[in-house]
Every structure is written in C-alpha cells, then in structure tokens.
Design a protein. Sequence first.
Length: 103
Amino acid sequence: MQIEKLRGEGLDEFFQAVLTLKDLEECYHFFDDVCTVNEIQALSQRFQVAKMLRGGSTYSKIEEATGASTATISRVKRSLNWGNDSYELVMSRLEENKKAENK
C-alpha cells in the first residue's frame, strides 16, 4: 500500500497539528501558510469530484461543474472503489454532522 510509504514521525506530527485546528477559519489560515493556492484548490476539487461520483454524476457533468480533468476524475474514482474508504468516511461524517445540526 502507498500509505506505508508515507508513514513517518514528521507526517504523524503534521497530521496531529491538523487535528488541533478548531474551526474553518483556523483551517483557512493554516492551509494558506502550508500550501499554495493551487494545491488547496486541487484538494478541494478532488473532494468535490468524489462527492459527485458518489452521487452518480457522469464524467462530463463532473468536468463541467469542477473543471477536473478525466485523469483526475479517474484517480478519484479509483480511490473511491479501491482505496482506503477515507472519502466515504469523511463524507458520511459530514452528513452525520449536518443531520445533528438540523435537529
């Protein structure tokens, strides 16, 4: 698995730092400091692609709505189908949070 190639003390510490962020504003400031605008936009785009694939959208609809290339869409689809189920985990949690907020 590719994730094993990533594991290490430095990345563990980085992820622990991300987990300390308390709200959206802190996330915006932190990621603005550690990533370029293009990197942040690419991450956001992939997440939007995953949401649309999960919702059954076609490649052409996804391309039109997000501007993502077919290569990016295919990469995200591969992650959804054969990855670590992390997109599903995060999206399910977001849905749970929205439901809890609407009660």
